[in-house]
Design a protein around this ligand. Structure first.
Ligand code: FDA
Length: 315
């Protein structure tokens, strides 16, 4: 009960401009943010990616920024991705898709007026062209439920030229099991996560147990299908079930992958990789870390306690 209230409050806080100013200007130690975010600049993302790859992990890099308010900002995000991909290509890190990128369509203008979806798809197309040039892939992050149809439509458009573009589905949405059936075809890369936004009960399961059961149903569909499931969770029970499903469906290691966030359960990431599993780390970078950090706080009270302690001890 208390956890649900804290989660709701933190997800509301993620949207608050006033609180954002307070937190961003607080003397919060850099190390708190650094636990979850590579740094502010492209070189931070490239350096941290190199270190993760050296440890036997795969990476998907996210340039932090969402709720883009004008076209100039959207162009800035697109350019940041093009620069990042250029640097990943030069460094050899993109080879074989070892380091790819994750993209939020809202960051490249999806909500900017009636032709926002068209313009954000065009920006994503440019980013995908650059990724193709250096031999890696792009995954379209899932945002709140009002954007799900638009994002899946963009995915279909992009996959005409770039069939490897990854989809993301969220098990807390009631529709997702059906989306998984549609997406579980050959060559289709699909990330399954629980979902990180505050959603109404009309579209989403609210109870943890329901969300977890939905995750298992969706995972069954994806693991039984012909696509490439990307199982994004830190939940030990779900990781175990994924392993059992891989055995049941006679999937070889490498025909699916685990994904976890940078800074969360790093020992588990290393353990799975040591067993020969593909493990991809979602690595955010950039100055717009506030919303991302608030969603991580909402997921786990221990993260919140860690953050508040740091604020108090450095304040
Ligand atoms: P949950 O948060 O319920 O945790 C389950 C269990 O995992 C805990 O009980 C604990 O045992 C363990 N655990 C979790 N955190 C831990 C920690 N810090 N230390 C130790 N144990 C811990 N969301 C979205 O809406 N759109 C998106 O595009 C994405 N993309 C995405 C990519 C990747 C790679 C990941 C891993 C996640 C996302 N998400 C996302 C976020 C996702 O929806 C979800 O909010 C978080 O992953 C948290 O959910 P878990 O499945 O980890 O379970």
């Amino acid at each position: 009960m208390l956890t649900t209230a804290l989660r709701t409050t933190l997800l509301q806080a993620a949207k608050s401009r006033q609180l954002r100013q307070v937190v961003e200007n607080a003397p919060v130690s850099r190390s708190v943010v650094a636990r979850f975010v590579a740094g502010n600049h492209t070189e931070d993302a490239v350096r941290t990616s190199a270190s993760l790859v050296a440890d036997g992990l795969l990476v998907t890099v996210d340039h932090l920024g969402e709720d883009t308010v004008d076209q100039a900002q959207a162009n800035g995000v697109r350019d940041a991705y093009l620069e990042l991909l250029g640097r990943l290509g030069d460094s050899g890190l993109a080879e074989g898709g070892a380091v790819e990128v994750s993209l939020k369509l809202s960051a490249v203008g999806q909500s900017l007026g009636a032709d926002g979806p068209k313009r954000s798809t065009a920006a994503a197309h440019e980013i995908c062209s650059k990724a193709a040039e250096i031999g890696t892939s792009v995954t379209l992050d899932a945002e709140d439920h009002t954007t799900t149809d638009l994002t899946l439509e963009s995915l279909r458009d992009l996959r005409r030229d770039f069939p490897w573009v990854g989809a993301v589905v969220q098990s807390y949405l009631r529709r997702t099991e059906g989306d998984c059936s549609d997406l579980a075809h050959e060559g289709s890369r699909v990330r399954l996560c629980k979902g990180a936004y505050a959603e109404p009960a009309s579209v989403a399961f609210a109870e943890t147990a329901e969300i977890d059961r939905s995750y298992v149903r969706c995972m069954r569909v994806l693991m039984a299908g012909q696509g490439y499931p990307m199982l994004a969770t830190h939940d030990p029970r779900l990781v175990d079930i994924a392993g059992a499903l891989a055995v049941q469906h006679e999937r070889d290691q490498g025909s699916y992958e685990y994904q976890m966030l940078y800074g969360i359960r790093p020992f588990e990431q290393a353990r799975l990789a040591a067993l020969g599993e593909k493990v991809r780390v979602y690595l955010p970078y950039g100055e717009e870390w506030y919303g991302y950090l608030m969603r991580r706080m909402a997921e786990r009270p221990a993260n919140t306690a860690f953050f508040v302690r740091s604020l108090v001890s450095k304040g």
